[in-house]
Design a protein around this ligand. Structure first.
Ligand code: HEC
Length: 138
C-alpha cells in the first residue's frame, strides 16, 4: 500500500497519514479474517454432522474420518486464533474459546480409535459451537 504518495500527502501531516494507513490495514485485516471465518464455519458444520452420523446408533464408525475431522478442527482453530489479534475483551474471549476448542479436539485424537470413548467428549466439543455462537455470532 502506498499511502505516502496518495493525494492526501500534501494535506495531512506524516503522523496522520501513518494512522490512516494503519487503520486501513486493520480494517482490511479484520475483513480478511471474517472472510475466512464463514467458509470455515460451513466446513465445521458439515464435519460436525458427519461426526454425529458416525456416532449415531446405526452409523458406521470410521476412525480415519474422525481423525481427519478432529485434525481439521485443530488446524482451523489455530488459524482463527492467529488471525484474531484484537485486544478487546470480546477478542480475548474469542481466542480463549478457540484455545479450549483446540485443546479438547487435540485431546480427543488420543481416543479416536475407540468409538465408545469418543461419543461423550465429542458431544462436549460440539456444545462449544453453540456457546461461542451465543456470544460471538449475532
Ligand atoms: C470461538 C467461537 C466459535 C466456535 C467455537 C464455533 N463458531 Fe461457528 N461461528 C462463530 C462466529 C463468530 C460466526 C459468525 C460468522 C459471521 O457471521 O461472519 C459463526 C458462524 C457459524 C455458522 C454460520 C456460517 C454462515 O455462513 O453464516 C455455522 C454453520 C457455524 N458457525 C458452525 C459451527 C460449528 C459446527 C462449530 C463447532 C464444530 C462452530 N461453528 C464453532 C464462532 C464460532
Amino acid at each position: 500500500m502506498k499511502c505516502a504518495n496518495s493525494p492526501l500527502e500534501s494535506l495531512l501531516p506524516f503522523r496522520a497519514r501513518l494512522v490512516l494507513c494503519l487503520t486501513i490495514l486493520c480494517l482490511v485485516g479484520a475483513a480478511e479474517a471474517a472472510s475466512r471465518l464463514k467458509p470455515m464455519m460451513k466446513t465445521w458444520k458439515s464435519q460436525a454432522e458427519a461426526a454425529n452420523a458416525m456416532l449415531s446408533p446405526r452409523g458406521a464408525y470410521d476412525e480415519a474420518k474422525m481423525r481427519a475431522i478432529l485434525t481439521g478442527y485443530v488446524s482451523d482453530a489455530d488459524e482463527l486464533r492467529r488471525r484474531a489479534t484484537g485486544t478487546s475483551t470480546a477478542a480475548r474471549d474469542f481466542r480463549a474459546r478457540l484455545d479450549t476448542f483446540d485443546a479438547d479436539a487435540s485431546a480427543l485424537l488420543a481416543s479416536v480409535g475407540q468409538r465408545d470413548q469418543v461419543r461423550a467428549p465429542i458431544g462436549a466439543l460440539l456444545a462449544q459451537c453453540k456457546s461461542c455462537h451465543d456470544v460471538h455470532a449475532k
